[in-house]
Design a binder for this molecule. Structure first.
Ligand SMILES: Nc1ncnc2c1ncn2[C@@H]1O[C@H](COP(=O)(O)OP(=O)(O)O)[C@@H](O)[C@H]1O
Ligand SMILES: [Mg+2]
Length: 271
């Protein structure tokens, strides 16, 4: 077996600050995520609402008005990003499927944009519909309005992963789901991610979710957000229901909760 040579870092943020007018939304954000040959990393960004998590993700995606940064440099795969690209796919919290397309046509959309012939894209769309746990016969012909929230996010995941992106950017994708569905979706994402070998950048304000999914967790301060803690955590190799109960897991949750509570208390005290 030949040793693979690591490429440039997947993400490199150096002293990144973003201001909207006089309002600073993130400050001096610095981190580097290496390229692990043959395996992507799962990076979780955890922080209170409004601390600038989506801003960081949108800087990677090169989406305005968050992009470009006011100060500092953002490199993705060793290069400054300058436009949204198909190497970086996004999944948002809001259901972003096209209302006037069936599940199958939503999942096949990216392939259609790439000019993949209709038979082939239908076939691959059906494969992906099954992979995300939907029923091809029953669900492929449905429209988004006929689906539950969990099912819509399954469609969003299929639509993204069918394109084999190098980088997957997820902004609180399970934030609107009920707790049971959320655990199922976390387990599904882990299964698919292992196969996809993509680097995932996952934004959440759920401590459990960040620790379960992440290989590493960056904890952000309250606004203006900056990284106050980096934690390497064991990979999700068992279902969330099991891992959530383990003493090591509970300890990590408590540690991060303490950090975040202290932060909230010092913000209230006006420090
Ligand atoms: N387009 C914008 N113009 C001005 N301020 C913005 C804009 N987008 C976000 N903000 C502000 O930036 C801060 C961080 O936002 P965001 O990155 O969405 O936080 P999070 O995702 O952590 O909840 C918030 O105070 C928000 O009001
Ligand atoms: Mg956000």
């Amino acid at each position: 077996m030949s040793a693979s040579i690591p490429g440039p870092n997947v993400f490199d943020f150096a002293d990144v600050t973003k201001r909207f007018g006089g309002h600073t939304v993130i400050r001096d954000v610095t981190f580097a995520v290496p390229d692990l040959p043959g395996k992507g990393e799962f990076v979780a960004i955890l922080g209170p609402s409004g601390c600038g998590k989506s801003t960081v993700l949108r800087l990677i995606a090169a989406l305005r008005p968050h992009y470009p940064a006011t100060e500092g440099t953002v490199l993705v795969l060793g290069k400054p990003v300058d436009c949204p690209g198909s190497d970086r796919s996004m999944v948002f919290q809001d259901y972003t499927s096209f209302d006037n397309r069936t599940v199958e046509d939503n999942v096949a959309f990216g392939l259609e944009c790439r000019g993949v012939p209709v038979r082939e894209r239908r076939e691959r769309a059906r494969e992906w519909i099954a992979k995300v746990g939907l029923d091809v016969k029953r669900d492929a012909v449905k429209y988004p309005s006929e689906l539950s929230g969990g099912m819509r996010q399954r469609v969003a995941i299929a639509r993204t992963l069918i394109l084999s992106p190098r980088i997957i950017l997820m902004d609180e994708p399970f934030g609107a789901l009920d707790p049971t569905t959320r655990l199922h979706m976390q387990a599904l994402l882990v299964d698919l991610w292992k196969e996809a070998q993509a680097t995932v950048f996952f934004v959440t304000h759920s401590i459990d979710e960040a620790i379960y999914l992440g290989d590493r967790v960056y904890v952000f301060s309250s606004a203006p957000g900056t990284i106050i803690r980096e934690m390497k955590v064991p990979p999700p190799d068992r279902p969330p229901k099991e891992m959530l109960r383990e003493p090591g897991f509970v300890e990590r949750v408590c540690e991060i909760r303490d950090i975040m509570d202290n932060l909230a208390a010092s913000t209230r005290a006006g420090d």
